[in-house]
Design a protein around this ligand. Structure first.
Ligand SMILES: Cc1ncc(C[n+]2csc(CCOP(=O)(O)OP(=O)(O)O)c2C)c(N)n1
Ligand SMILES: [Mg+2]
Length: 666
């Protein structure tokens, strides 16, 4: 682990040394105060001290322009400070105050600030890497020359997302530098015991990029080496991996009181190489900074931090109203066209037209996913788009769901409007962290500022014998999560108008398309650009005896059932919520108050399904209006079988919907 010597003796301007030194002292003092405040119960939860590792953030970020980006991780205070964050707003955030960077909703582990292009610390190990990669893609698509520094720990280098992100960044030659802060332990686990190579930088070879291990306690070496990698990235030559060897002086976190496996001898050896002392010795020897300047930096920083602590302590607590308002960016207002016209179109063509028109209208919209480019998607939803817009905006991705979804989220945070196609929605399991922990929470954790305008769309559902891993209906996973919009259209007209609304929305949207609709559904679709308001249900058929709330493929089956029952004099109202979150509760309740009976039909499993939520809504708000218990028609509670007769038995049929309707009538 012998730290390498600086490769160049070229003088570094005094102004840069001054900046690096000031940053290191600011970080050190910030962390010392945070520890005191944590022990006094004023900083709550947890915080991860960066003491001992200051040279990396300070040296690396001294190369950055204000418009460059950084992505950080749980040990992130140092990165924010080095990128220019205001220590008062940071301290206020650590104390959970309204004046903090995130209004008290994020805390130590989630500080982000898009005015400074800080993409955020992150509570999920490794998760910031694809977000940074996404920001780098945004830069490249805009033709800019900013760079992204993506900081992470040695533990993160064993996450799949590390490998996927670096591969993707390399394949797309993105302007990003991956900086592994190897403090040699992930909590209590030594990297030597958990990593397949002696030096993490060796892994760069696998991705065809430069990789190098440097002394992370030597701020000058960090400044120089990261500077070279940044220059390379800015020049369009792609990413690099830098491993900076270092040591954390404290416990894993301020909260943790675990047995520390590190030896006293190791500890002493590293503490003797205090990065601040090393730079002090150097500037004294080189006479590049006078002793009185060193002293004055320490005094200035102390005064600044005393003020920061006072500011934080005096700041108000955040309000419940502000917390509630932080979850969603307001949805845009849209008017549906009065006339659907006569042009007939298939469901997948309607989706394709929505994407084409939005990409024409807005240069920040782009599509990525597996086989969306040359092939136009396996269900033809992006057919021909590559011919209109080129391979940069209609991007074929590696089979790296977590990474390209995270890249979509990162690009959205950095100002683009990506559409991420999930080839078959069952594969969304591999994207869950990016959707649920990252996209859904980003705006909220920033205190309700900023937006994440990404659409994650693709086919779900059964009907074409693809069995248990390619046929599920998973909407309930997403409707459960505050911060996500969930849309599930049932007609080509709705598909186009809702996809346009989803692309224009400033929130992450999960957009579910049913495979059987691609194959079977045609209908009138206006040529004009139009958007259907998010959160507005559609009464597909009016009736007076019973309300059926149906989604996706079940809408046409419910309509078929309604037509048959009409012959018996039973009048069925069919409602398609279209948007499942936010839900148009009013339209559903109004209908139930009229018909007094409710049947819910969806293809997903009944247990824990979206229908349970609808039934609870009606029970809570319209119990007195009901003349019969609510009935749910849903899939049999088994994974989707391969055999066609069995598959037909599992998915609700028109007959089963009719039975459901009869069950509430008699
Ligand atoms: C995906 C995930 N797994 C586990 C954790 C719990 N955890 C938080 S930090 C940490 C160790 C991370 O080590 P490393 O990446 O080396 O960073 P360091 O703490 O050493 O700076 C663990 C296991 C988590 N937050 N996220
Ligand atoms: Mg570590």
């Amino acid at each position: 682990m012998a730290p390498t010597q600086s490769r160049t003796n070229e003088q570094i301007p005094a102004e840069v040394l001054d900046r690096i030194y000031s940053t290191m002292v600011r970080i050190r003092r910030f962390e010392e105060l945070t520890t005191e405040l944590f022990q006094a119960g004023q900083v709550k939860g947890t915080a991860h001290s960066y003491i001992g590792e200051e040279a990396i953030a300070a040296g690396a970020c001294a190369n950055l322009r204000p418009d460059d980006y950084i992505g950080s991780y749980h040990r992130g205070h140092g990165h924010c400070i080095a990128k220019g964050a205001d220590v008062s707003k940071m301290m206020a955030e650590l104390m959970g105050r309204e004046t903090g960077y995130c209004g008290g909703l994020g805390g130590s582990m989630h500080i982000a600030n898009m005015e400074l292009n800080i993409l955020g610390a992150n509570g999920i190990v490794g998760a910031a890497m694809p977000l940074g990669t996404g920001a780098a893609l945004a830069v490249k698509l805009r033709g800019g020359d900013q760079v992204v520094l993506s900081f992470f720990g040695d533990g993160a280098a064993n996450q799949g997302i590390f490998h996927e992100s670096i591969n993707l960044a390399s394949v797309w030659k993105l302007p990003i530098v991956f900086i592994c802060e190897n403090n040699q332990y992930a909590l209590s686990t030594s990297y030597k015991a958990s990593t397949s190579v002696a030096n993490i930088a060796e892994r760069a070879v696998a991705y065809g990029i430069p990789g190098q291990t440097i002394d992370g306690n030597d701020s000058v070496e960090v400044y120089r080496e990261v500077g070279e990698a940044i220059a390379r990235a800015r020049a369009g030559k792609g990413p690099s991996l830098i491993e900076a060897l270092t040591w954390r002086w404290g416990q894993h976190s301020m909260r943790s009181a675990i047995r520390d496996p590190r030896t006293r001898e190791e500890m002493d050896r590293w503490i003797a190489r205090d990065p601040i002392k090393l730079l002090e010795e150097r500037v004294m020897k080189e006479r590049s900074l006078p002793a009185r300047r060193i002293k004055s930096i320490q005094e200035i920083v102390q005064a600044e931090l005393d003020k920061a602590v006072q500011f934080a302590k005096e700041s108000p607590e955040p309000s419940v109203e502000a917390m509630r308002a932080a979850v969603y960016a307001p949805h845009k207002k849209h008017e549906e066209p009065r006339d659907k016209g006569t042009r007939q179109m298939a469901f997948n063509d309607a989706l394709c037209e929505a994407m084409r028109q939005e990409m024409e209208r807005d240069p920040t919209v782009f599509l990525m996913g597996e086989d969306v480019g040359l092939t136009g998607g396996i269900f033809g939803c992006s057919k021909g788009l590559i011919d209109h817009f080129g391979a940069a905006r209609v991007r074929d991705t590696p089979i790296s769901e977590a990474a390209f979804c995270g890249v979509g989220v990162g690009a959205a945070i950095a100002g683009m409007r990506p559409i991420v196609e999930v080839q078959i929605f069952d594969f969304v399991t591999l994207m869950m962290d990016m959707i649920v922990n990252q996209a859904a929470k980003f705006r909220y954790m920033l205190g309700g500022k900023d937006k994440v305008p990404v659409v994650i769309r693709g086919p779900q559902g059964g009907g074409i014998r693809l069995a248990a891993q390619h046929s599920q209906s998973l909407e309930a996973w997403f409707t459960h999560v505050p911060g996500l919009v969930v849309i599930a259209p049932s007609t080509p007209y709705d598909a186009k108008g809702l996809l346009i609304a989803a692309i224009r929305d400033d929130n992450p949207v999960v957009f579910l398309e049913h495979k059987m609709l691609y194959l079977g559904s045609t209908g009138p679709v206006p040529e004009a650009h139009y958007a259907i308001p998010i959160g507005k249900a559609d009464v597909k058929r009016e009736g007076t005896d019973v309300t059926v709330v149906a989604t996706q493929l079940m809408v046409s089956r419910a309509l078929g059932a309604a037509n048959l029952l009409e012959q018996e004099g039973i009048s069925v109202e069919v409602i398609d919520p279209r948007t499942l979150r936010p839900l148009d509760e009013e339209t559903i309740l109004k209908s139930v108050r009229k018909t007094h009976r409710l049947v819910i039909a969806h293809e997903a499993w009944k247990r824990g399904g979206f229908g349970a939520e609808l039934a609870a809504l009606v029970m809570e708000q319209a119990f007195d209006d009901l003349d019969a218990p609510v009935a749910r028609v849903a899939a049999i509670d088994v994974p989707m079988p391969f055999n066609d007769n069995l598959e037909r038995a599992v998915i609700p049929s028109q007959e089963r919907i009719i039975e459901g309707i009869r069950s509430v009538l008699y």
